[in-house]
Structures are given as C-alpha cells and as structure tokens.
Design a protein around this ligand. Structure first.
Ligand code: EPZ
Length: 437
C-alpha cells in the first residue's frame, strides 16, 4: 500500500499553482459524451479520478486524444454503447453523471451504482426521481437489481423539478438529461457550486441553452443538436486551493496560491482572517501568512452548500482549529458521517469530542508524528496537513486515496519547503480498514 512519509515542523514558504477542478472536470467529461461533435478540454488535472473517468469514456467508444499539458481532444461521435459497466464505474462517485449523458444520447442508460468516498449514506434518489419526471422508467429503487441501474425513456421531456435536498450531483445530472430534452426544464433549489456553473458554461459553449447556473433556479431549454467543436478550459479547483491555504496556516508559513478564483475561496478566507491569519489577494492569487507568535482565535465553522463553507474542506479546517486557542466547533451539515478521521487525528494529539454532527475542538495542541491512514480523499489531505505541522515523522497510509483528487501533491508541497516523500509499497501493521469506496 502506498504512503506519504512526512518530517513535520517545516514552515511552508513560496508559491504554488492550483490545477483544474476535479469536481468540474468529471461533470464536463460526462457532458462531453453527449455532444454531436468533438471538443477540446484544457486545464484537466492529472489525478486518479480523472484517469478513471477517461478510461470509462474510452470503453464507451469515445476517442480520447491526450495533447499534453492537461489538454485532451475528445470525440464522442462513435460511442456505441449505453452500458457503463466498466469496473472503474464503481470506483468513483462522478460516474453517475453518465446516467444523464447516456440517457440523452441513447434514451437508455445502464450502469453500476457509483462508488466514491465512504462517509455515510450516499443516495441517488434525487437523480432518479428527476429522470422519472422527465419521462424515464426504471428509476424506482426496486428497479435497481444486482447493483445495476437500468433506465430507459421513449422521450425526455422538459419538467419542473424541485430538489428537496440541495444536491451537487443531482443538479448536474438533471442538467445533462435536460440539455436535449423536448421543452424547458427548471431545477428549483439547485446547488450553486462553482463546478456546476463550469459544467453549464461548458455545455453552453458546445451549443446548449442553460440559464441560471449558480443560482437556485436553473432553466434548461432543450436543443436538438449539441454541435461541440470548441475548446473549454476547466476552472481552478476550489478545494485544492483551500487545502494549500490551510497548509500555509498550519505551518505558520507564508505561501501565495496562484491560479485560483478568490471569490470561490471567500467561505474560507473570511474564517482564516477571523482566526488571525494574514491574507492578501489579487485577481487570481491569495497569500496566506502567519507569524510564529500569532495567537490564533478559536471559531466555529458550519459546512453548507455553496456559498457556505464547503464540506470538502471540513477535515482540513478541523486540523487548523486544533491550533486555535480555546474551544472551536465544526458543524458538518451536509454528510451524516464525515468525522471518521477524528481518531486518526487524536492519535497525533488532537483534543476533539464528536457529538453527532458537531466536533468540539480544544486547542491549541502540538501534533506529534504518527502512523495514520487516509480514510478517504479529504480526510487523507487532513492527515497530510497534520503531518506537516507535527513534530517528528508522520506516515500517511493509503496515499492512493489522496491521489484521487490532488495533482502532484508531493511535488507541489516539496516546492514550498515540505519534507514529504511518496513510498510506493509501504508494508505496515497500522492499517485502519474502512469499507472500501
Ligand atoms: C459532490 O458529491 C462532490 N463530489 C463531493 O465531493 C461533495 O462532498 C458533495 O458534492 C457536496 O458538495 C463530486 O462532485 C464528484 P450531493 P455528491 O449530491 O454529488 C444528499 C470530494 O471530496 N443526497 O451534493 O454525491 C446526500 O446524502 C467529494 O471531492 C440525497 O439525499 O453530493 C448529501 O447529504 C466528496 N439524494 C447531500 O444530498 C441524492 O439523490 C449532498 O449530496 C443525492 C444527494
């Protein structure tokens, strides 16, 4: 099993560049499968989940030509199957976007239930109910047999859909299914994350008619053809950028994070300023700095759908709160079991009590190096952050889970002064097992 070995206590200093957004590009790659012509996608991050999605798209029959530098030419016109049953479909959550894409292309879609990080129940009922409202059949939970979803539609018709839970995945998936439907679809109570706007912008660039992405009401007027034929550049990754902002904070360093969109970072920026960190920002960069003697103030975070504080920065921000004076609270309002990593953090010295969806964090603590496991993508990132701040050596097992969403994380951290190495095959007795994704 691969691992990262970290000698902690080094202040991070210098400049780091952010890569393309994982959660935008996975939706965009699925959307590309619906086009009636080729397209070019730029700023694609080289991460495991993207590699998996590209592989799945190729097994469907799409032609994928890597041009280098994160640029891919994609030609979906020879896609010959509506069955997404490649084993890797079970490895990633975003494979479920192929339901909306294949339903649009073939009026049929068959695929394994999706995988993804394991932090509680991850239903797709909102996706299926929305497809049903648009005319699809096979969308009831009782229709799903042997872990395989089989949906068909004579026609996809525009519908008025209200999401009773704000869902990123359902918003994107239903946007895909509505793009060539007959008539107008409105999605009320839609999620507003930056990656949703990016998928909508990609589709509009390729000939779709989508308005309101980024608000809670998205209106999609079905078009007969999606000609494609253009290039599109993926937005920077909000969560990667936030992770490096926090890395600068936990090491009391001075790091400028480039190629980001400051507005997307506001939910984190305001909280780090509140805690006492120095923040400067420009058009596409944010500098985070703190002195050794800066007294960090405790505070409370509440995860919410965008523009609230993102749940995908919750584990990382919890590490930061361990360094603040006094009692802080982390409220996890999106997922029902996203504190599984806390015992790993406690083994490094954290003083945290979890009461259902609230973590009470007592600080400041000085982390000690330990052998810990990356239980999922963002929990793994949090272990790396704690290791960077800790005294001594930290080994983060299951590093492959972190490589799902962070491009060149070892190179990027080493370039700003971290002492971190990748260990290919670290046989170790400290393996915390979790039900695999
Ligand atoms: C996306 O997951 C992200 N993944 C997650 O990021 C992120 O945590 C999540 O959005 C919230 O921002 C990708 O984009 C690939 P949801 P998704 O549908 O779409 C409930 C990462 O680290 N719900 O917005 O699965 C659900 O249980 C990953 O990059 C239903 O009830 O999340 C949850 O409580 C981890 N029924 C809430 O909605 C449904 O049909 C939000 O889920 C769908 C969701």
């Amino acid at each position: 099993m691969s691992s990262y070995k970290i000698e902690g206590g080094k202040k991070l200093r210098g400049d780091v560049n952010i890569s393309g957004s994982k959660n935008a590009v996975l939706g965009i790659l699925a959307a590309a499968m619906m086009l009636d012509g080729p397209c070019k996608i730029e700023n694609v991050p080289d991460i495991v989940d993207v590699q998996a999605m590209l592989e799945i798209c190729e097994t469907l029959g799409a032609k994928i030509n890597p041009c280098g530098g994160g640029v891919f030419e994609i030609d979906p016109t020879n896609i010959s199957t509506y069955e997404a049953t490649h084993p890797k479909v079970k490895n990633i959550r975003a494979s479920y976007y192929l339901l909306g894409a294949l339903l649009t292309r073939f009026k049929k879609a068959t695929m394994y239930m999706p995988g993804g990080c394991n932090f509680g129940n991850r239903p797709i009922d909102l996706h299926l109910k929305g497809f049903q409202k648009m005319g699809a059949k096979g969308t009831r939970s009782t229709d799903i047999r042997d872990g395989i979803i089989r949906i068909v539609a004579d026609e996809l018709k525009g519908a008025h859909i209200f999401l009773d839970v704000v869902s990123v995945g359902a918003t994107i998936n239903l946007m895909l299914a509505a793009t060539k439907a007959i008539g107008v679809t409105t999605i009320e109570n839609a999620a507003k994350e930056p990656h949703i706007v990016d998928v909508a912008n990609f589709l509009n660039a390729m000939g779709a008619n989508i308005k309101g992405a980024g608000t809670d009401t998205i209106r999609i007027k079905g078009v007969p053809v999606l000609p494609g034929g253009y290039s599109y550049s993926v937005i920077p990754d909000q969560i990667e950028a936030g992770t490096y902002m926090i890395a600068a904070g936990v090491t009391r360093g001075d790091v400028t994070i480039h190629n980001l969109i400051p507005k997307h970072m506001e939910p984190l920026t305001v909280k780090m300023i509140e805690m006492g960190f120095g923040i400067e920002q420009g058009d596409d960069w944010i500098r985070v700095f703190a002195n050794e003697d800066t007294e960090l103030e405790s505070t409370n975070f509440k995860t919410r759908p965008y523009p609230g504080f993102p749940t995908d920065l919750q584990p990382q921000a919890t590490v930061l709160l361990c360094m603040a004076n006094g009692m802080s609270r982390m409220h996890e309002n999106v997922w029902d079991n996203r504190f599984q990593y806390i015992p790993e953090l406690q083994s490094m010295g954290a003083s945290i009590t979890v009461m259902e969806r609230i973590a009470l964090i007592n600080g400041p603590v000085k982390f000690c190096g330990a052998r810990v496991t990356a239980l999922d993508l963002r929990a793994g990132a949090a272990m790396v952050l704690a290791g960077l701040a800790a005294e001594g050596t930290t080994t983060v097992m299951a590093a492959n889970r972190i490589e799902r969403g962070y491009e060149k994380i070892v190179e990027k951290l080493r370039a700003i002064g971290a002492d971190i190495i990748y260990v290919e095959d670290d046989v170790d007795e400290h393996i915390v097992t979790v039900a695999d994704e």
